[in-house]
Design a protein around this ligand. Structure first.
Ligand code: ZN
Ligand code: ZN
Ligand code: ZN
Length: 172
């Protein structure tokens, strides 16, 4: 596999990661407790549950655990940084660890950057306020979009972005 092919494959799993809705029930393990699908298997390009992780199918695969933080999907920086260049993405301290948002979040119309932070900036993709320069992105999705992973991924991303935003607006 040459380098440009590899890049395409990488782009595709990022697009899948961003398009999935996590925390649904795993049909293979519906009789077990804690069977919500909160793990992404990079090698299989699918969402799986913690019981799936221990099966032969995924045991040696590269996996990412998705966490919920204030109803949003986040990833531990320590996990994702091995597979995706997270530079310039805003990180947050969650339970003592650095975490990063998977998707852009809507913000209140009258939101302003914190007056405490002179370094506040806004995401170059979605314009959401972010805490610290020189960060330029609020989430993995905003960076992936800017990097134009691939045309197909981009189209997929756009659909997801709009679908998610519509769902969120309805809930408010
Ligand atoms: Zn499972
Ligand atoms: Zn797998
Ligand atoms: Zn953003």
């Amino acid at each position: 596999m040459n380098l440009s092919e590899k890049r395409n494959v990488d782009g595709d799993w990022i697009a899948t990661l961003l398009s999935l809705e996590f925390f649904g029930t795993c049909v293979d393990h519906k009789h077990l407790r804690k069977n919500e699908k909160n793990v992404f298997c990079i090698d299989c390009n699918v969402e799986i549950c913690r019981h799936c992780c221990n099966t032969e199918a995924h045991f040696v695969h590269r996996r990412l655990q998705i966490c919920k933080y204030v109803y949003q999907d986040v990833l531990r920086l320590l996990d994702i940084q091995h597979y995706f260049d997270c530079s310039e993405i805003q990180t947050y301290k969650i339970n003592g660890e650095k975490a990063i948002h998977l998707n852009s979040r809507p913000q209140a119309k009258d939101a302003r950057p914190s007056t405490k932070s002179k370094n506040a900036a806004s995401c170059v993709t979605c314009k959401r306020y972010i805490q610290d320069r020189p960060n330029r992105f609020c989430s993995i999705s905003c960076k992936a979009l800017r990097k134009s992973v691939s045309f197909v991924s981009l189209q997929k991303w756009n659909k997801v972005f709009w679908r998610k935003n519509i769902i969120i607006k309805k809930e408010v």
